[in-house]
Design a binder for this molecule. Structure first.
Ligand SMILES: *Cc1c(COP(=O)(O)O)cnc(C)c1O
Length: 384
């Protein structure tokens, strides 16, 4: 494993010491040809695995046909993707942008416009992006610190506490924004009934409910989206990460009654033909290969396997579908375990200082899952 470090790059990331040059399915290869089992999938992005032949062909074909014309013109792939996504959700209209943060920016602006109200309520530990508004929405004060002052419109409440949410929401609340599973905040699934309670609280106050499904959506949690698992329909849902299969795309879906009008919002690249064809192919492959069901099945297998390790270093195993987190005991750093796993040929990520996150491609097989669990057990031995 080697590390490409150049002075020409801003040192924004505390990068792991490996440089990947190729991916195939659930495997990554470094520049020496060493093979790794990828249970990070680019932070829940590579839903259909790396270099899926249908995706490669569709994206290359669209790049050769028409890559970009701006949103001053309509394009067939963008229209098709909007129809496909809203059909999968069973509701809504779509606006396309290029990332999760942008999708959440759109959602927050939409809530302002629809309600005329100034404030938002979000969860402590939540993550919504790195732009000023989405950073302010993010309930992780250490990320705010170097950039103070933040836009002062956000109240943060403990995640999972419906009573605290009810107290924070009032006549000046435009929207409540929540993740169905806190992703970056440590892989914490919403407790049963919490999102339904949030829906009721928003309805009573005339506020909108925004669900940030940037990490939980597109099959990750064993359903196309996580919110139906909680019997809740938000006013606005945001997607990004997995949607493009590695191409940058974000989507903001809203009920038609709270949609933007002409001139309200825009993006130069948002939903261009190449990324939309990529996204359509991701959705097709997930459907044709039964990957939503596979995510549910392999998620069970993976979490059962992780629990069965019964390692002293593990404080908790939790998650939804193929979004799983292992909380480590006090004093053991997730980074050390992730580095040890990398040394054993398993790619994982951290979700906060004490939680190791597992987000493999939804194409993961029994064998992939069993091998990942076993390598993770070895990594715990090395790191603990
Ligand atoms: C990753 C993430 C974002 C930010 O997405 P970017 O594409 O990095 O802007 C927002 N919300 C959630 C829940 C995320 O996991």
């Amino acid at each position: 494993m080697t590390h490409v470090v150049v002075d020409a790059l801003m040192p924004t990331y505390a990068r792991y010491p490996v440089t990947f040059v190729r991916g195939q399915g659930t495997r990554l290869f470094d520049e020496t040809g060493r093979v790794y089992l990828d249970f990070a999938a680019g932070i829940a992005v590579a839903q259909i695995g790396h270099a899926h032949p249908r995706w490669v062909e569709a994206v290359a074909g669209q790049a050769a046909r028409l890559a970009h014309v701006s949103n001053l013109f309509s394009t067939e792939p963008q229209a098709a993707l909007a129809e496909r996504l809203t059909a999968l959700a069973g509701w809504g209209q779509a606006f396309f942008c290029n990332s999760g943060a942008e999708a959440n920016e759109a959602a927050l602006k939409l809530a302002r416009k629809a309600t005329g109200r100034p404030r938002f309520v979000a969860a402590a530990g939540g993550f919504h992006g790195r732009t000023f508004a989405t950073l302010a929405a993010t309930g992780q004060p250490h990320k705010h610190q170097p950039f103070q002052p933040m836009p002062p419109w956000f109240t943060h409440v403990p995640y999972g506490d419906a009573e605290a949410l009810e107290q924070a929401v009032g006549p000046d609340t435009a929207a409540v924004i929540l993740e169905p599973v806190l992703g970056e905040g440590g892989v914490i699934p919403a407790p049963p009934g919490y999102l339904a309670a949030a829906r009721g609280i928003c309805d009573a106050a005339g506020a909108l409910l925004i669900l940030d499904e940037v990490q939980t959506g597109v099959g990750r949690c064993g359903a196309w989206f996580a919110h139906p698992l909680h019997d809740v329909r938000p006013d606005v849902m945001t997607l990004a990460k997995a949607l493009g299969g590695g191409l940058p795309i974000g989507a903001c879906l809203s009920r038609p009654e709270v949609a933007f009008g002409p001139g309200d919002h825009a993006s130069t690249f948002g939903g261009n033909p190449v990324v939309c064809v990529g996204a359509l192919t991701v959705l097709d492959v997930i459907e044709d290969e039964g990957l939503v069901d596979n995510a549910a099945r392999q998620g069970e297998r993976m979490m059962a396997g992780l629990r069965r390790l019964g390692h002293d270093a593990v404080a908790d195993v939790r998650g939804a579908g193929l979004l799983a987190g292992v909380e480590l005991v006090e004093g053991l750093a997730a980074r050390d375990v992730v580095l040890a796993a990398l040394g054993r040929g398993l790619v994982l990520t951290e979700a906060g200082p004490g939680v190791v996150r597992f987000t493999p491609p939804l194409t993961a097989t029994d064998e992939d899952v069993d091998r990942a669990v076993s390598r993770f057990g070895d990594a715990l031995e090395v790191a603990a």
